[in-house]
Design a protein around this ligand. Structure first.
Ligand code: NDP
Length: 332
């Protein structure tokens, strides 16, 4: 093995006397955390959690300093693990990246082999990052609804935070599976984008943010919620008898001001979805579903590719709900 030497650029978050600070820095491979596979990162992507980490808006970082970036793709340069050899193109999502272990907002990464997946031949690293944690989470939500036994015959589906990363994939995957999808958005100007992804109905975000009755008209058989808070409470109250909502996000808050009424009077189910450490079989099923159901045009329609030099500024805007679909970062 050659000694580590090369320097690389990264976005690093430090917690010092002047508080929480994220900046571009030069680092060396000696500073990387432990792991058995070294990767030249070619692409990453901006997720909501990266915006929270960079701005410090919520405490998602579990050690400092930290390189954010919960998703990354790139080429293996060294491997101490039998499963990977230099030259392999790999992808990693979740697994504590950008929270407890240095993540993808850097030209180099050193990770544990069991966090890595070899990229399917049908996907480029950029397309894999378009999917990333957002696509995986949406697919896990769809699978959760199906495991619960729901199908398009049961009635319409609803997606909140629809023009965001997870929401865009949720709309596209549900529509592709035959659901009539209502996309809930705070950005009316994105209606054409959402219709192109497969939404049939568009509902203003405001319709779900006002506290309502414990039980409301039964509008949806199924839902994927990225918002939480009052929005999720209203969705539960509008879910029809024996329906279910898959909850994965909290852009509208961590609290859930609901009652037991939807659960005990309508048999509504609330299905929690977590994408950081899903069972490996579930993760594989979700990736297969994404590769099968989404065509390249759908993926490209929801993607903007930016250079690494813009990543810091753009990541700050995601927590304001200012990003549409997915922003993929291309490393220099
Ligand atoms: P994005 O910022 O890309 O999307 C969120 C969308 O929510 C926005 O685009 C906006 O869509 C809408 N929105 C923003 N602010 C508000 C608000 N205050 N009230 C209601 N709606 C709002 O984020 P992601 O798609 O990356 O993530 C969405 C959520 O899912 C986050 O909370 C994230 O932490 C969570 N998540 C959870 C995972 C898990 O494992 N459980 C994995 C990945 C993400 P519009 O303008 O269309 O309304």
């Amino acid at each position: 093995m050659q000694p580590y030497s090369s320097a690389f650029k990264a976005i690093r978050i430090d917690q010092g006397p002047e508080g929480h600070r994220a900046a571009y820095v030069d680092m060396t491979e000696e500073e990387l955390m432990s792991g058995d596979v070294d990767i030249d990162v070619s692409h990453s992507a901006i997720n909501f959690k990266d915006g929270l980490a960079i701005t410090g808006a919520r405490p998602v970082i579990r050690r400092y300093p930290m390189i954010p970036g919960v998703d990354l793709a790139g080429r293996v340069t060294r491997s101490k693990h039998d499963s990977f050899v230099p030259g392999d193109i790999v992808v990693a999502t979740g697994c504590g990246l950008g929270e407890a272990h240095f993540g993808g907002f850097a030209q180099k990464a050193r990770l544990n082999a069991d966090w890595l997946v070899k990229l399917p031949k049908s996907l480029t690293p950029a397309l894999a990052m378009t999917i990333g944690t957002a696509g995986l989470t949406a697919a896990l939500c769809v699978l959760a609804l199906e495991r619960y036994g729901l199908s398009p015959e049961n009635g319409p589906a609803v997606v909140t935070g629809a023009s965001g990363g997870v929401g865009s994939f949720a709309v596209a995957l549900l529509a592709q599976s035959g659901w009539r999808v209502t996309a809930v958005t705070g950005r009316g100007q994105e209606a054409d984008y959402l219709r192109a992804l497969g939404a049939q109905d568009i509902l203003s975000r405001d319709a779900l943010t006002i506290p309502g009755k414990l039980l409301q008209s039964q509008n949806f058989a199924a839902g994927i919620d990225t918002v939480g808070g009052q929005t999720l409470a209203n969705l539960l109250a509008q879910t029809q008898f024996d329906g279910a909502i898959a909850a994965c996000g909290n852009v509208g808050g961590m609290e859930l001001p609901t009652s037991v009424a939807p659960f005990i009077l309508r048999g509504v189910a609330l299905l929690g979805v977590e994408s950081v450490r899903p069972r490996i079989a579930l993760r594989q099923q979700a990736w297969a579903r994404l590769a099968n159901d989404l065509d390249i045009h759908a993926l490209e329609a929801m993607t903007e590719i930016i250079p690494f030099s813009q990543a810091l500024d753009r990541a700050k805007t995601i927590i304001k709900g200012a990003i549409r679909g997915r922003i993929v970062i291309e490393m220099p």
